[in-house]
Unconditional design. Structure first.
Length: 365
């Protein structure tokens, strides 16, 4: 089992590298990963046999022997990602490179129940599998980005805000039984920030994805990995109090960022409220990137981006040297569903999370 885990880890190193470059060769892989040339050759051969990589010709340097070149086969593996909001279910299909190949959205009933969500999820996944002729093992599984609070480690929704029927619901297990596929459950914003990290590479080490979509949240990416906290319930950014005598929030407290933001009289004021919350977050965590997303925010995307940039310049002490990149997500309203799909691919073909090591493989492939 230990050898199988090491084999998977080495394959994950190569796949992670292959996602970031058009082509790769044995010498480059050895240099980046620290593996011996012999080990690299074995890993490359296995990945070619499994269809994850393919030969891409030969590079002929001015000196030395020609080198075989390889590239990722994005269509060799697939994952479906789901984003559950209070209003709709959004599904995406991504390939091994993390590229969104298809997306679809279905309205959900007001205050929907677990059975209603599972029925819509099963129908949507079945349709997507049929339309794209997906089969196992090419389809790695389904990822779900869900409203919190939830316990990601057990796949349990603990009490989704503003949804009465979602207390201690084992959503991951229920979905696996309904779909007959592996399921990964995470908070919506944590799934979303995973998608941003996949697309942005190693420079995206300390960052947050701030989402406004019938609520306010922030997925955290700290030290190059998703940050979930001691109870996997981090990212309740919208429930930080910004006004002690403010309006009652769905969580039971007064003056939460989410409640104050929702009651703003116009988009400009709402954006200014969110921007103040972002500065508070920067003061706490010293982030280098803030990415903005969510259907409600993106409807006024430039206004929110400009408000946050202005707040960073004028409200953040030391703004002259505490540089923060502020941007809108390039994945639009697909960012959470895409991240949920990428988490499935990462669980099967990715590197172990430094904060939560993956269990050793129990069977060789």
């Amino acid at each position: 089992m230990h050898l199988a885990f090491l084999r998977d880890y080495h394959e994950a190193l190569v796949i992670a590298l292959a996602r970031t470059v058009p082509t790769l060769e044995r010498g480059t892989v050895a240099e980046v990963t620290g593996l011996t040339p012999q080990a690299v050759s074995k890993v490359l051969a296995r990945l070619v046999d499994e269809g994850l990589l393919e030969p891409a010709g030969v590079r002929r340097p001015p000196r030395g022997k020609p080198a075989a070149v390889y590239r990722l086969v994005p269509g060799s593996r697939w994952a479906i990602g789901a984003h559950v909001t209070r209003r709709e279910l959004r599904l995406v299909l991504t390939d091994l490179a993390g590229t969104v190949r298809a997306s679809a959205a279905t309205p959900l009933p007001a205050d929907f129940t677990p059975d209603q969500l599972l029925a819509e999820l099963a129908a949507g996944v079945t349709t997507m599998i049929a339309e794209h002729r997906l089969s196992t093992p090419e389809l790695a599984g389904v990822g779900i980005g869900m409203i919190g609070p939830l316990d990601q480690s057990t796949g349990t929704v603990r009490g989704a805000h503003r949804l009465r029927h979602w207390r201690d619901v084992p959503l991951a297990d229920l979905a696996e039984k309904r779909l007959g596929l592996p399921v990964v459950l995470d908070k919506d914003v944590t799934a979303g920030v995973t998608a941003e990290a996949w697309r942005r590479g190693t420079a995206f080490r300390d960052a947050a994805l701030v989402v406004v979509d019938a609520g306010v949240g922030a997925g955290l990416w700290l030290g190059g990995a998703a940050h979930r906290g001691a109870h996997t319930n981090a990212s309740e950014f919208g429930h930080a109090v910004v006004q002690l005598d403010g309006p009652l929030c769905a969580c039971g407290r007064h003056g939460c960022l989410e409640a104050v933001h929702e009651r703003a009289p116009d988009p400009a004021t709402a954006a200014a409220v969110l921007a103040t919350g972002v500065v508070n977050l920067l003061q706490t965590l010293d982030l280098g990137h803030i990415v903005l997303g969510g259907a409600d925010l993106l409807a006024h995307g430039d206004l929110y981006r400009e408000a946050v940039e202005h707040a960073v310049r004028t409200q953040l002490p030391g703004a002259g040297w505490l540089t923060v990149e502020v941007s809108l997500t390039s994945l639009g309203t697909d960012v959470v569903a895409a991240g949920a799909a990428m988490q499935v691919l990462n669980a099967r073909y990715g590197l172990p999370d430094p904060a939560r090591p993956r269990e050793p493989a129990t069977a060789s492939r």
